[in-house]
Ligand binder design. Sequence first.
Ligand code: NAP
Length: 397
Amino acid sequence: MKTLAVLGSTGSIGTNTLDVVRRNRHLYQVYSLAAGQNVAVLAEQILEFRPHFVAVAAEASLTPLTDALAAAGLPRAEWPELAWGNAARLTAVRAAEVDTVVSAIVGVPGLEATYEAICLGKRVGLANKEVLVSGGAVVMEAVRRHGTELLPIDSEHNGAHQCLRAGNREQVTKLILTASGGPFRNTPKEQLAFVTPEQALNHPTWKMGNRITIDSATLMNKGFEVIEACWLFDFAPSQVDVVVHPQSSVHAMIEYSDGSVIAQVCATDMRMPIQYALTWPDRAEAPVPKIDWSRPRTMEFFPPDFDKFPLLKLAYQCQEAGGSATCTLNAADEIAVEWFLQGRIGFTAIYDIVQETLERLAPTTPRTIGDILETDRESRALARKLAAARSSSPVTA
Ligand SMILES: NC(=O)c1ccc[n+]([C@@H]2O[C@H](COP(=O)([O-])OP(=O)(O)OC[C@H]3O[C@@H](n4cnc5c(N)ncnc54)[C@H](OP(=O)(O)O)[C@@H]3O)[C@@H](O)[C@H]2O)c1
């Protein structure tokens, strides 16, 4: 029986994680949950999974949460301990009972608790890619120092993890990550400046949170995945290729020195990689549709268009540069995506803001989580200024 802390329990990965738990009660129990502000979903999760400890992002969410628990008729004696903020997220992973942490908070708010879990040697199922994009060097040093099992949940990295089991790491020549190409794969470059948030949120194959969906439309998400893969599997950026595969059935491929390529293929359902991160090195039946190979199917592969999606190229350059560049890349992108979703800047301004933030901020070499958070703060502040300057010119077709 594994005892879980689920960080980001109310999100897309978090709810899928709890569905895996729901279907395997004999294998998993939930000790703690951490979420942002979706109190309604969190209250339902408390009623169903009966965690001992629950963290919300802000103090203001505590009263609505206790109101929801009272309204649901849960006797006070059966309420979990409730707390808020970063300290509460740390408590959620520290409990001695917790042996496995699913890290699925979006963005840097998940960094410290994930790092803490790593330092405590708990198994970490990592969905939150910003942890490695922002702080790869510091985080991976802790993974090595504490011998932590860090299992990727991101489907491409999870696929790569599976393919790497087919041979010796020294005989690997290349990792190939697939990308669906996003909703604008066939949209002419000149029209991208005028696409709306609604169009960008319409992802062709995956149902995910808003930030990662926009990042998929710009291919920034694929750039983050290149960075994440470099850290997870110790690759140079030049050893990681991206290929557009609109069917999203092949998640990743590993090329070995003899030219043999091992691919990981499965349905597009995040419960498979989530479950793999929990059961590894074993496998178990997953609630995921099996591919029917008796029916004709087409799998296409195209090179990515770096000119149309320049954030992908920028990700490679930032990983090559090292230091604080990828932390700034993530922070500036998060701000730009936020402003785009609010309709305050156009789609192509996301790249402009990120690129200019990188250009204007002096690079540093973060050595601690505190250094990373400082770079993150500075990058956001500058990106916000740049976004504000751009939002004064309205986006019109
Ligand atoms: N969805 C996917 O298929 C997928 C695939 C690969 C990787 N990922 C990665 O997994 C992470 C989560 O993605 P998602 O799609 O599940 O995102 P999501 O649906 O937006 O969920 C994000 C979760 O983080 C919580 N959260 C946000 N801010 C927080 C804060 N300050 N403190 C505590 N919790 C906070 C949210 O809580 P509230 O909703 O309660 O505010 C929610 O539970 C991201 O890093 C993403 O890149 C996702």
